[in-house]
Design a protein around this ligand. Sequence first.
Ligand SMILES: Nc1ncnc2c1ncn2[C@@H]1O[C@H](COP(=O)(O)OP(=O)(O)OP(=O)(O)O)[C@@H](O)[C@H]1O
Ligand SMILES: [Mg+2]
Length: 242
Amino acid sequence: MTAVLSTHGLVARYGDFQALYGVDTELHAGESVALIGANGAGKSTFLRAIMGLLPVGRDMVRLDGAPVGGTRPNEMVGKGVAIVPEGRRLFTGMSVEDNLRVAIDRAGRAGARGGWTLARLHRLFPILAEKTKVPVQSLSGGQQQMVAIGRALLCQPRVLLCDEISLGLAPKVIREIYAALPEIRAEGTAMIVVEQDVGLAQSASDRLYCMLEGRVTLTGRSAEITREAIGEAYFGVRHAMA
Ligand SMILES: Nc1ncnc2c1ncn2[C@@H]1O[C@H](COP(=O)(O)OP(=O)(O)OP(=O)(O)O)[C@@H](O)[C@H]1O
Ligand SMILES: [Mg+2]
């Protein structure tokens, strides 16, 4: 079966600094894959490279087997890829609804089609229905994260890239947000979830990749990978044994 999304020897640089060293991954339709790794491992870079936010070689990223590396972000939206970026990056000074309308317009322009509407999003995160006219900066962190996820969903993704959606949130809010992911997957949307909390990453995914200093150091089925293997892959064997 052809992967919906795959990377092949993906390399990425910031000027002279190389952040990714040949990353091979694949994501199948409806699958949830977690990407874990320490600070600076290259997780956000990996998602940004897929999204077309960094220059990468054409063949290094494929959608349904077709090379798309380096395609502009708006075009990637048209092809069914959306990102919930690290730090949310909402438009402060704008209401919840206006933030979401930007995504609806963007998806419309890009030609992305799908079943997500404001009403549907309000069923997924009911609190957003009460806050439509509220400026995003006056929402709690968890509510802002729901807006950021909503903005990505309104781009009608087949592939959703989530960058540390639990960061800085209270456990109860994290549970609420992660509880929404299966419903998103039920649409057939595949997702890559970047997560620092290893237990959460394992429980929310079918398969897992661990990255260290720009390389994949471990991959396998999330339910089968041991804590010990993760520890070694996360910190490097030398560190684990020290
Ligand atoms: N804009 C940038 N310019 C230069 N170097 C960068 C830039 N963004 C990231 N890097 C470097 O690239 C490497 C990978 O960073 P990246 O943000 O992808 O890591 P990460 O795994 O997402 O980390 P975190 O868990 O802290 O979010 C790091 O060494 C980082 O310092
Ligand atoms: Mg990051």
